[in-house]
Design a protein around this ligand. Structure first.
Ligand SMILES: Nc1ncnc2c1ncn2[C@@H]1O[C@H](COP(=O)(O)OP(=O)(O)OP(=O)(O)O)[C@@H](O)[C@H]1O
Length: 268
């Protein structure tokens, strides 16, 4: 029985960090996913791509427990999440951080207070001063200047808001980071800087990253593998070179179309 399985941290666990099997999601008659499978390996940055409306965000929401699938199983860190209560999954939820599309910061809270929200939620007894110190450290880790901590989201640029969102996602020292279109709306320099930050954090903190993006430059610059959503499922997962060897029309159009060719590293 699901509710009786202990949720213990298993440092020896070497399987996929995320394992999705036979996932089905629908809204009324509209089926978004059908029989979708996906594994995310420990320590990789997995890019998730697909046309608009193919269900990338719904997939992420299913993995983090915000969308209840019709069918299928989702395991994170080897633990099945479906059918468990919030109280039962709290130990797993502590181990991931999420950057939602647009940052999703609380507009009435400062950057530091935003970072403190998950800390207060999961460690309510933590000393207030210590909580502040942790928040300040996470703000620095996200590449924001220290004077950004007392600012409100409305006082920040788009790129700074994303970094504040990252600071909050890192609040609990996660092992797994979910990023939903982190470079959308950033200028090319800001987007490249955000890519570097993601790679740096992944390498220095040993993170696994589930990264939804439309940004071809991001895919080429930092993704170890790419999963392609189409026809309601993950139709392919691999390095860009492996995907290029497939003759699926959407994959060819995406990576070998004019924009895809421009984003590809130049040969020779
Ligand atoms: N709560 C909801 N109620 C009804 N339909 C929804 C809901 N959430 C998502 N959908 C629908 O599910 C489909 C997949 O949505 P999703 O946001 O996952 O797409 P996406 O691949 O992330 O798109 P984009 O690249 O444009 O962000 C869309 O057709 C969307 O309208």
């Amino acid at each position: 029985m699901i509710g009786e399985t202990p949720l213990a941290y298993d440092p020896q666990f070497e399987g996929p960090i995320i394992c999705v099997k036979g996932l089905r999601n629908s809204f009324g008659d509209f089926v978004v996913h059908e029989d979708l499978d996906l594994d995310v390996r420990k320590g990789e940055i997995l890019g998730v791509v697909g046309g608009s409306g193919t269900g990338k965000s719904v997939l992420m929401r299913s993995i983090i427990g915000l969308q209840k699938p019709d069918e299928g199983d989702v395991k994170v860190f080897g633990e099945s999440l479906l059918g468990r209560s919030d109280a039962e999954t709290v130990e797993i939820r502590k181990r991931w951080g999420v950057l939602f599309q647009g940052g999703a910061l609380f507009s009435t809270l400062t950057v530091a207070e935003n970072v403190m929200v998950p800390i207060r939620e999961f460690y309510p007894k933590m000393d207030r001063e210590f909580r502040r110190e942790v928040a300040k450290y996470k703000v620095c880790l996200s590449g924001l200047p220290p004077d950004a901590a007392p600012k409100y989201p409305s006082e920040l640029s788009g790129g700074m808001k994303k970094r504040a969102g990252i600071a909050r996602a890192l609040a609990l020292d996660p092992e797994l980071l979910f990023l939903d279109e982190p470079t959308a709306g950033l200028d090319p320099i800001g987007a490249a800087a955000f890519d570097s930050l993601t790679r740096e954090l992944q390498q220095t903190l040993g993170l696994t990253v589930f990264l939804i993006t439309h940004d071809l430059d991001t895919l080429h610059a930092i993704c170890d593998r790419v999963a392609v959503l189409a026809d309601r499922k993950v139709i392919a997962v691999g390095t860009i070179d492996e995907l290029l060897a497939m003759d699926h029309p959407w994959i060819q159009e995406y990576f070998n179309g004019p924009r895809g060719r421009m984003a590809a590293p130049k040969q020779g």
